[in-house]
Design a protein around this ligand. Sequence first.
Ligand code: AHR
Length: 855
Amino acid sequence: MTHSSFYYTPGLLVWHSKDLMNEPDSVYLFSYATPKDNGHSGLHFAWSADKKTWNLVGNEYGYVKCDYGEWGSQKQMNSPYLFQDPGGQWRCVWSLNGSLNQFAAVTSTNLIDWGRQRYPYLKQSQSFRQPVVRYNKAGKEYSIAFLSGDQYFRTTTKDFKVFTPAIPIPARKYKDDRTTVSLPAGPIAGTISKVPRQVVDRLTQFSLAKQHKADQAREESPKNDSIRFAGISSLTAAITLKPESRKPISDRLIGVFFEDINYAADGGLYAELLQNRDFEYTPADRKYHDSAWNSKNSWTANGVSFTIDSATPLHPNNPHYAVLDAASSGGALINSGYDGIPLKQGGEYELSLFARNADGKSTGLLVKLVAQDGSVLAQADIQIHTQQWQKYTTKLTAAADAPDARLELQMADAGRLLLDMVSLFPKNTFKGRSNGMRADLAETIAAIHPRFIRFPGGCVSHGDGLDNIYRWKNTVGPIEARKPQPNIWRYHQSVGLGFFEYFQYCEDIGAEPLPVIAAGVPCQNSSLTAKGGGQQGGLPMNEMGQYVQDILDLVEWANGPATSKWGKLRAEAGHPAPFHLKYIGIGNEDLISDIFEERFTMIYKAVRQQHPEITVIGTVGPFYEGTDYEQGWTLASKLKVPMVDEHYYESPGWFINNQDYYDHYDRTKPKVYLGEYASWGNTLFNALSEALYLTNLERNGDVVQMASYAPLLAREKHTQWNPDLIYFSNTEIRPTVNYEVQKLFGNNAGNEYLSSTVQLSGDNQAVRKRLGVSIVRDTINDIVFVKMVNLLPLATTVKLDLGDLAKHRQMEKSVLQGSPGDKAAPVTVTAAVPASNLLNETLPPYSLTVWRIHR
Ligand code: AHR
């Protein structure tokens, strides 16, 4: 490969020419991706004055990273080709993984801010490797030559958005002008551009700033605290209320984000005790199609032939069922539940199943709950007496506790039985609802006093490819008619916990329902094998009309009169009154692509026009910065979307160092729903960094309307994501310290923010950012809440003159405190005492204190 010139435009920042390299203020910029990591770390730069000695730019920071396909195996940037076009824009194209007939193209004005990545298809070629770009001045277009198998092809474009069909070209027309240079990591091929020295300076500064922020965040570790704060023996914080600068804030700040991840729904909040009750598990539920994961999963047979059939299903949405053939009585079909079936002595359980016999001869089925030691803890008889599918139910009462029992369906007669939708629920579900929720988990969530519940995801909402987009209509109606589907988190989604159950639960606990609907595009991390995976997919526009209608139908289903088409369905499910839906999220941290924009805009405009009463929440990518964040905000502002959903998972240090994140937000732009956030851990230090951040969210409660920690639930030993807010097993609930923080904020929330200033003795920045203060008032119930977070290793004396706020009032105090590494810490609540106007107290080290001041 040699470096050859292909265009030169005077006045531009760069030219690919050997002749004009003697400018004193110009250097060579080498751009490359590291083949060793398949380009996962993105586009890097090195610079040289003489093309011999190369210096890395920045700290190996990837200035743009590939966002195509799944995490882990994909998101590859192979053979990037970077150049500057005659208009001064930097363009970069690269090969995705060498075997796709797609490639990536992206544009930047300054090599720091990058626009949308596009992944055009080149149908005529098989694959796309080693792109080389040329500019044709006469035609004002670019040609991209590339390798596909052992054949060369070319496509052309004028704007890097629309590309002509690829055509084969002779080998002699392809010339790879990449240069191989020696870098510390070894020889690497890339493209060289000549740039003014300042370009390298800016790239370096940018990288250093990034590095500085990362170092700053890393420093905020409790491991360093005893040394960092060693010089401080005592600390006093004088807090002055500024009642004149009070402002209304959102009264819905604290909510929860429920997603069926970590077995949060099936095997979790959904109280169903049997696994694979519908015989619909399929290898496709699992990554790489696990053949062991099939219709028989969680079922075994003993002394009876057990096969699966789909010839005459109970419902087309639920095609598979079990066929039992017994030559004599006594054989049984056994279900092992989720890590066993937990039973409580005296507890009542409701078994239901659909069955038919093969020959019209009444056949007996003995239903048993059996402990591990073989003892039968409950049993009942069912006579299957028809050849048609029919539902049978029976009640069972457990004779003893058992953490991991099993269900046995024992044939009492020889013959053939067909079974489907075999279900076992505790009678004691949350609020006794049928098809209900596990009471202890539902109560634990309710105890946060969430003002809203977002569901069904997360990534579950937009799914793994187009066929996996969550469709609410598949999740309502009789459970046997619902349409199960693979869960993007790689297990089965029965949708027994469907939209009706979510709405019902919201109503039961006084939370606003916040359904999140895909924007007509699947998850940007969809597997390449999924339909429309790898992000290029979006529902075909001829399907979007119906898709939009489905969303409008959801509003009617939730809010319409019982006489309306969709409202009737809700009424038939047992809820004639409307659910009063106010919010709909459209999209989930999607890649803001052209495909997304087209579909989002269509949905948004239709909902706004038909239902101006609904607050639509847009989406601005998975991070607190970057291309999707910027593009998402630009789109939302352009469309005047009322609110956007931000997501970020960061270190505690990030939360400590970015407390002013929303202080600078433009108050005239869309409001914010911080739909997913968490620091990376379940220690007290993590929880308090979140508490600290929450005091800042309260201060910015005029912008940030809602916030939800994510994810909410995790079944122990079945997690796909950590940390989570509440861990559980079959028999236990283990709320985290992060949960205690959410609960304290949820139960002590106001709708008015009272400003204050903090004056520290021996003030210094490192100390100041470890203290959080927020004073809010619930004007409806006339309660003042004072919250203080002390993330320092030393006690801090606080003095606050409450003035009239304390007059004739009582005050209680709740304190969460412990060692920074604690994974559990008690919240102590002090009984009410008469409030004094001068709050003069000591905040323990590593603590959150909440005062509730009321009449
Ligand atoms: O909360 C877990 C996942 O994180 C969500 O599904 C997704 O939206 C985000 O990437």
